[in-house]
Design a protein around this ligand. Sequence first.
Ligand code: URP
Ligand code: ZN
Ligand code: ZN
Length: 474
Amino acid sequence: MKTLISGGTVVTAIDTVAADVLIDGEVIIAIGAPGTHGWADQADKVIDATGKYVVPGGIDPHTHMELPFGGTYASDTFESGTRAAAFGGTTTIIDFAVQVKGESLIDGFDTWMAKAEDECAIDYGFHMIAGDINEQSLSDMDVLIDRGCTSFKLFMAYPGVFYSDDGDILRAMQKAAATDSMIMMHAENGMAIDVLREQALERGETDPVHHSLTRPSVTESEATHRAIVLAELAGAHLYVVHMSAKEALEEIAEARDKGLPVFAETCPQYLFLNVEDHVASEGFEGAKYVCSTPIRKREDGHQDALWMGLATNDLQVVSTDHCPFCMDDHPILGTQKQLGVGDFTKIPNGLPGVEDRFQLIYHGGVVEGRIDLNRWIELTSTAAAKIFGMYPKKGTIAVGSDADIVVFDPDIDWTKSVSQHHMDVDYSPYEGKEVKGKVETVLLRGTVIVDGDEYLGQKGDGRYLQRERVSVHH
Ligand code: URP
Ligand code: ZN
Ligand code: ZN
């Protein structure tokens, strides 16, 4: 089956060119001048992309479908969450498999593989959350790397749940250095935060806003600094996840300027939401915006610093940390965010976003003049493919690459709302936001899975991605 995408402007992390794209089966076989002689005749299907951008499918390297957290589960399953991702122009996710205390790394990985298998609408891989570092876990890392899981997330936060101390972190980093795998870090000083949370509750400070206020930016920057020091000591690659504090970003910039293989991501919620307008909303509304690292104060200037970091490559990736919980009861999972009414420490942490990211970064980045078209693609697709061992199969439009392609209409104005999204969550953090640019058609390995408002794929279309070891240096 041959498909031709004709008349569009092909945008990659490098180029913006008027070109036609010819697909045979699952891969791109040619990119040529518009109207290249004979291509339309040999195509079984022609997609007219006149006036549209033809871009690589988005890669979201940080999602949590079905994550058990805070006494409930993230409300999107692999089925619902990946279908929503497809509507938003994302054709690959890397989710997090979880090892809980007392369980082996391999058992945790197998459990998550079983959850995702035959469910996903788009291609998927796994990082492994190592929640119990011991000799067996360190040796099991080799097994997972052979299975294409080449990145491991550690937590300096959440004592008693996922938390690792500095000794465990150093051991895991040494193993990662020896195996060319990536350490991903949730960098917050969880021990200090726990003291601040306890003291806030003693003062009767129970509203959602206190989630943000008890995680001051120094708890993020201190942990980021410590993670960098430990990674340097071990000679490991480090990727700091969901960064929200400008002071933490300064630590990343300094490490990169020294030439260390340190990378970092931020997420749309940190670029568009703030304490004053969102987390501090009346009543329990602020629970919608409770996540860790926290949404921070507008007046402190974090957002401008993060956008600047994205423009200058101090930050390399925009992921989502998609981890949705409903405000009202979920039909199957029951009470979610409301578990924290009267006690902010019990609000499940996380926000939806897997469907929003690609478009929001186009709007806030390209339309509002902070980054150019190529950087939009680099941040939302190409960089993640390179950092996490999937390039050039994923993350670009090139001969031989998977035909994961989005036809994007840059001229449509629309308003974001829970009423139009496909994620299984009962609110949108971006409700009422007016945006420009919309995903029109989405191809996964050559097959159209989204056409306007219509879903043409089926669960199980997505394949597990065997990822390579780390080969990026900077
Ligand atoms: O609030 C968040 N980020 N929830 C998901 C778990 C994590 O720490 O990434
Ligand atoms: Zn985290
Ligand atoms: Zn996360």
